[in-house]
Write a protein that binds this ligand. Structure first.
Ligand code: UDP
Length: 244
């Protein structure tokens, strides 16, 4: 009798993928690069196809950052609202790319803009996830002086995600910048406290502290590696796990 192997079971049931706005700009140096958005949408689809429930938070740094605006003389809170609006544009671009692949999505904004997307209502968002719609959370936390890293940690907690996946250009957290130092060493595992003490650039400090206080693991992996996101869900590939 031939042995039938058990169907592959993903390591997590519900996750949040955080990517920076810059991940969407390709080599352009600014704005949105549609083929790059489509490539990332393909990565998300392959995880969605495993049956994993997916939340996403996308930054806005490819379009506008509040700190940059305020450094140039703009009033800080106004500049931050502009940054939040930039994240809505990125979320809509990702929605369009995912839906072109047949993946149902909802863009859910912390700042209500009814003609464009849904307002954030936690219970409604949970229902979308249960119905296997990808929830793209936009406009950060809705408050100035925060970042989308903190928004990602907040939403991951509220949605009861089992982990945050932080997609970056490199395959984990290194002791120094691997783009500048050949002898940089990657951590397989690191604690939240070590990330904070060593000032490693994983996410900003308030996001790390919020993850630590709620025991939410952060998986740092390379978004440039084709199939990397899906591979980790299957228990393969290289990444760094940040935990307690
Ligand atoms: N922002 C904000 N509150 C939030 C999230 C974001 O004011 O809760 C603004 C802030 O100005 C930030 C900009 O939106 O600079 C874009 O977000 P972020 O810098 O986190 O984007 P990323 O670096 O991930 O692309």
């Amino acid at each position: 009798m031939t042995e039938v192997s058990a169907p592959e079971k993903p390591a997590y049931k519900r996750v949040l993928l955080k990517i920076s706005g810059e991940a969407l700009m390709g080599d352009q140096g600014f704005g949105l690069h549609p083929p790059t958005v489509q490539r990332i949408a393909n990565e998300v689809k392959s995880v969605h196809d495993l049956g994993v429930e997916i939340c996403m938070v996308i930054g806005g740094g490819n379009i506008f950052r509040g700190l940059q605006g305020s450094a140039q003389g703009m009033e800080r809170t106004t500049a931050d609202y502009m940054g939040m609006l930039a994240t809505v544009m990125n979320a809509l671009a990702m929605q369009s790319a995912l839906e072109s692949l047949g993946v149902y999505t909802r863009v859910i904004s912390a700042i209500p803009m009814d003609q464009v997307c849904e307002p954030y209502i936690r219970r409604r968002a949970v229902r979308h996830l249960e119905k296997k719609r990808v929830c793209i959370f936009a406009a950060g936390t809705g408050n100035p002086y925060f970042t989308t890293d903190t928004a990602a940690t907040l939403r991951a907690n509220e949605m009861a995600c089992e982990a945050i996946f932080k997609g970056t250009k490199v395959d984990g957290v290194y002791d120094k910048d691997p783009a500048k130092h050949d002898d940089a060493v990657r951590y397989d595992d690191i604690t939240y406290d070590d990330v904070l003490i060593k000032n490693l650039q994983v996410m900003d400090a308030s996001a790390i502290a919020l993850a630590r206080d709620n025991d939410l693991p952060i998986i740092v992996f390379s978004l440039d590696e084709p199939g990397g996101f899906c591979g980790i869900l299957r228990g393969e590939g290289t990444y760094t796990s940040v935990h307690g």
